[in-house]
Design a binder for this molecule. Structure first.
Ligand code: FAD
Length: 449
């Protein structure tokens, strides 16, 4: 088993990333920029993402820029657009009463219940973003068709990776960016530990892309080109522009009191139909229903799973670490799961740069340095990211309040927006530069002892 790492510097740590999703690839690009030894092992045969939308806040884009400006450039190339009027002071996310209090001809329907800004979100298609990111990943850095089966931490300090195809690889450290069903997380805690398995949040999502000209016919030009949440009892619908304003990303979220109904319990998706979405939204505002009618007849029902009930007690053990959804899979109601994964990637790429410096210095101890880096990461990142998981559940419950259906309770329902604003600002106004400073100083204190 020869070394697959390219680094010239013998003391440099060899980092294996399991999972070539958005977070794994962005972390790899952060390490590549520092000329570090990195290898990504992805189970799929190629880069693979769904053709749905994703939005990144200004804070996440700041993290991307600090790691590697090529990441922000890839976002621009893939047609990411501001989800609201970012170029003027009108940069808001808006919440509308999507239920049936208003008739189609009622001009108050145009008036949002609340607007909260500014997040500086840019929306794009996931598949197009990953495709553009992939162009900057050197071919030798990524191995496809490598589904991780097991990890073994050897006495010599190396971590041995065994793949389902029977092949093996080794590295000085392994970072699990392998998503909500993470195999690396399962290795850390064991197959029977609660945190090894994500739980159903009792919400499902249906998503689709709609041609912008059709969306404009339903929503009007301005609303179609600006981010809106339509809220109501037991459901909400979110839409924002992507692909250079050529498409509208539409996601319908429904509350589901029942156990996950996916035919296969290990799968988080099931076959769905537009008819079931229309039935669930019976009585909603005609505009919402007209938008839903633009979705295809057949849809995928995405069961939303998270780690909210059994959060990971740690993100690291020894030379193995978790990041992104593998560490803190969240429901998507703040639109921030990937944004916080990008913050993780920045934190890890800075810390691993410091590990390399330590290892190359006289008497440098690679093992101690890697452990110090991962423990620093755990201390800094776990509270914020686990808060997000809880907060995402909370805001969805506020969007889905039964009070939206009761005219006597509308005022009460509307009091939720002050709380939603506070929660959103905690996510959007994160100081990434300060995180970097704190990470470096905490790491140094651990290394110096
Ligand atoms: P993943 O994207 O799940 O990637 C994991 C990768 O690991 C995959 O490529 C997989 O094939 C690979 N893998 C898995 N197991 C193995 C194995 N054993 N061996 C090798 N490879 C393996 N976030 C935002 O910030 N903004 C949004 O607007 C937003 N909208 C969302 C809307 C919806 C409906 C949903 C469901 C989520 C949304 N999110 C959003 C959250 C975001 O999608 C996730 O946080 C993000 O995709 C996580 O990226 P990741 O790289 O950690 O994991």
């Amino acid at each position: 088993m020869g070394s697959v790492f390219q680094d010239q510097d013998a003391a440099a740590p060899q980092i294996a990333i399991v999972g070539g999703g958005i977070v794994g690839v962005i972390l790899a690009l952060g390490l590549v920029r520092q000329n570090m030894s990195v290898r990504v092992y992805e189970q799929a045969a190629g880069f693979r993402e769904v053709g749905a939308g994703i939005a990144f806040s200004a804070c996440a884009r700041r993290c991307m820029k600090l790691m590697n400006p090529a990441i922000v450039e890839a976002l621009r190339r893939c047609g990411a657009v501001s989800v609201s009027d970012a170029d003027d002071e009108d940069d808001y996310l808006r919440w509308i009463d999507g239920y049936n209090q208003h008739r189609a001809d009622d001009p108050t329907y145009q008036k949002p219940l609340a607007q909260i800004g500014s997040a500086g979100f840019r929306g794009c298609r996931r598949d197009q973003f990953l495709e553009e990111l992939a162009k900057d990943v050197p071919a030798e850095v990524i191995s496809f068709g490598k589904r991780l089966e097991a990890l073994e931490e050897r006495e010599d300090g190396k971590v041995l990776l065994t793949f389902v195809d029977g092949t093996k690889a080794e590295a000085d450290a392994v970072i699990g960016c392998d998503g909500v069903k993470s195999r690396v997380r399962r290795h850390l805690f064991g197959p029977t530990h609660e945190s090894s398995h994500a739980q159903y949040t009792h919400k499902v999502a249906y998503r689709g892309l709609v041609a912008m000209d059709k969306a404009i016919q339903v929503l009007g030009e301005w609303k179609a080109n600006n981010f809106h949440h339509h809220v109501g009892p037991g459901a909400h619908l979110t839409h924002y522009p992507v692909a250079n304003h050529k498409m509208l990303n539409v996601v319908v979220f429904l509350s589901d009191p029942n156990p996950w109904s996916g035919s296969d319990q290990s799968s988080m998706v099931a076959e769905g139909t537009r008819a079931e979405v229309e039935a669930a939204l019976g009585g909603w505002h005609p505009t919402v229903l007209s938008l839903v009618r633009l979705l295809p007849d057949k849809l995928v029902t995405w069961g939303l799973f998270d780690l909210g009930e059994f959060p990971a007690p740690t993100y690291t053990a020894g030379r193995v670490c978790l990041a992104g959804d593998a560490a803190h899979a969240s429901s998507p109601h703040h639109g921030a799961g990937a944004c916080l994964g990008v913050e993780d990637a920045l934190c890890l790429s800075v810390l691993l740069g410091k590990v390399r410096e330590t290892a190359a210095s006289p008497g440098g101890n690679l093992d101690a340095a890697l452990r110090a880096a991962f423990q620093t990461f755990d201390t800094l990142r776990r509270p914020r990211t686990q808060w997000l998981v809880n907060s995402s559940r909370r805001v969805c419950d506020l969007y889905h309040q039964s009070e939206w259906a009761d005219p006597k309770r509308w005022v009460k329902a509307g009091t939720c927006f002050e709380e939603i604003r506070d929660r959103s600002y905690k996510i959007w106004h994160f100081d990434a530069d300060d995180m970097v400073r704190r990470a470096v100083s905490m790491y140094k204190r651990k290394i110096i002892g």
